[in-house]
Design a binder for this molecule. Structure first.
Ligand code: PMP
Length: 284
């Protein structure tokens, strides 16, 4: 926390921290594979952009955050795991104003990760569309990875209430934005298509990796407005996210996708992704 390594039981924040009071802060979820932090620079860049967008002045350089992050992993003896990097607005008075919050708090949690069961990758995941709409980008830009996740949590509650693990969220025009914690892609007539950030999607780091894999595989890709119809009739659908990696989707809103099994294109993406995490990354 800030400049110190502290035991988890002593890692506490003030009840006056605006991160707690208002969800006023930003975060990143990052993976550690075999002692290497995957896409560290990309995550730190997104953190800087999130900070800029919410007018939070980071008191640390990218190098300082990177060093602290690696040190936290080493101190926990981790070789594989999940790192949660959190920056809160810091302690202020009871009120929305950020004027009295002059010291942002930096929190780095290095832990193990609860992965989706292997069955989801072998047999694919079934998802649904939920009623809760993704925040309008002109109200709260979904590109900001903010501590305020209530929008996604409400959607996740709806998904789980209906017995699903993940769900599609539409934007206020009815186009697909993303899932509650993952980006979405379809494969249709040889093309890879995903909603643009302007549709309400987070600019996922795994999403960018998937687009780089498409280039590597020679698969044309584009960003487009996507409707529920588009995903229902796609040959393949998959989700991307730091925790989920690449998950095949085999059913959406009770419509079977493709032949109901994870498709060959998704398998190629997953294979390339696994290769990338084992050879790319910042060594601890
Ligand atoms: N969308 C949302 C809403 C997310 O919270 C996340 C991260 N879990 C993603 C997409 C995927 O982004 P990334 O690949 O950077 O983890």
């Amino acid at each position: 926390m800030n400049d110190k390594l502290v035991d988890a039981s002593e890692a506490t924040v003030s009840v006056f921290d605006h991160g707690l009071l208002y969800g006023d802060g930003i975060f990143e979820g990052i993976r550690l594979y075999d002692g290497c932090v995957f896409k560290l620079d990309e995550h730190l860049e997104r953190l800087e952009y999130s900070a800029k967008a919410i007018m939070l002045k980071l008191a640390w350089t990218r190098q300082e955050i990177s060093d602290a992050l690696c040190e936290t992993c080493r101190a926990n003896g981790l070789k594989n795991g999940y790192i949660r990097l959190v920056v809160t607005r810091g302690v202020g008075s009871l009120g929305l104003s950020i004027k009295n919050c002059d010291q942002p708090q930096l929190i780095i949690i290095a832990d193990t990760i609860q992965l989706y069961p292997q069955e989801f990758y072998d047999n694919g995941l079934k998802i649904i569309t939920v009623p809760t709409r993704r925040c309008n980008p002109s109200a709260l830009p979904p590109a900001v990875k903010s501590l305020n996740y209530l929008n996604n949590i409400l959607a996740k509650i709806e998904a789980q209430h209906l017995g699903y693990h993940e769900a599609i969220m539409l934007n206020d025009q009815g186009y697909i934005a993303e899932c509650t914690g993952d980006n979405i892609f379809i494969v249709h007539k040889g093309e890879l298509i995903t909603p643009a950030a302007s549709s309400g999607a987070l600019k996922g780091i795994t999403r960018d990796t998937a687009l780089a894999i498409a280039d590597e595989l020679g698969i044309p890709w584009r960003e487009a407005n996507m409707t529920r119809y588009d995903v229902w009739v796609a040959e393949e659908v998959f989700l991307t996210g730091t925790a989920a990696e690449i998950v095949p989707i085999v059913e959406i809103d009770a419509r079977v996708i493709g032949n109901g099994k994870p498709g060959p294109v998704t398998a190629k993406f997953l294979e390339s992704f696994k290769r990338r995490v084992s050879i790319e990354g910042t060594m601890l």
